[in-house]
Design a protein around this ligand. Structure first.
Ligand code: SF4
Ligand code: F3S
Ligand code: FES
Length: 241
């Protein structure tokens, strides 16, 4: 039987609400167990070594998006990452772009809410809601296309991995473009491309995207962001040409 590996985790520590605290990396060591994820490793560290360590988890199943962090310099979901897929030396830091709460915990919710409000990511219709009426059926293939884009879990990985988002604080980000693509597909939303142009036809919008494609590389839900972004750019250009 092979000896279990000893893991060294270097974890970013900083509490911005404590005036005496300084940003630093702190080193922890633990013995790897079979099937260990980063979620399990971080919990063990918190239980056995450092109860003050801050990080976020809710679902532990790649669904809620709250455990995204920089793993060896690349955004990833900690609950979906097996330590056996990594070297024994692991470096963890909070996602950039988002407001730091403490250590590995960032406020993606605040960023996502602002983005959602700015882009008005809800159905816009002039048809009065009638709760007794039966909704007209949607073609299954169209419903499937919309469902595909709705798989986004708002983890923030695509934003944290994007060079443009790092430089431009108001950049919509791939998550926002994906939402516009989703509502643009939805026949119940009566907005036109001119309306969408008002929302994303700027340098902080689709014209600021430099096709760096890290968003698609790091998306844990494997959304086809590259296709959506290129399509939206063409559509938005067409509204002004
Ligand atoms: Fe996360 Fe992908 Fe959604 Fe971006 S598009 S927030 S990477 S699930
Ligand atoms: Fe950023 Fe993705 Fe565009 S990484 S620059 S949003 S292609
Ligand atoms: Fe929900 Fe990781 S804890 S996605």
């Amino acid at each position: 039987m092979t000896e279990p590996r000893k893991l060294t985790l270097e974890i970013f520590r900083y509490n911005p609400s404590d005036p005496d605290d300084e940003p630093r990396f702190q080193r922890y060591q633990l013995i790897e167990a079979p099937g260990m994820t980063l979620f399990i490793a971080l919990n063990l560290i918190r239980e056995e070594q450092d109860p003050g360590l801050n990080f976020d988890f809710v679902c532990r199943a790649g669904i809620c998006g709250s455990c995204a962090m920089m793993l060896n310099g690349r955004p990833a979901l900690a609950c979906r990452t097996l330590t056996s897929s990594l070297d024994t030396h692991i470096r963890l830091a909070p996602l950039p772009v988002f407001e730091l709460i403490a250590d590995l915990s960032v406020n993606t919710g605040k960023w996502m809410r602002e983005m959602s409000e700015n882009l008005e990511v809800w159905i816009h219709t002039t048809i009065e809601a009638n709760l007794d009426a039966i909704e007209p059926p949607m073609e299954p293939s169209l419903a499937q296309e919309i469902y595909e884009l709705d798989r986004c879990i708002e983890c923030g990985c695509c934003v944290a991995g994007c060079g443009t988002a790092l430089m431009r604080s108001d950049f919509v980000g791939a998550v926002g473009f994906n939402k516009i693509a989703r509502f643009r597909l939805d026949p119940r939303d009566q907005r036109t491309d001119e309306n969408y142009y008002e929302l994303i036809g700027t340098d902080d919008g689709i014209f600021g995207c430099m096709s760096l494609l890290a968003c698609q590389d790091v998306c844990p839900k494997n959304l086809s962001l590259q296709t959506q972004l290129a399509f939206l750019r063409r559509k938005m250009l067409r509204t002004v040409l």
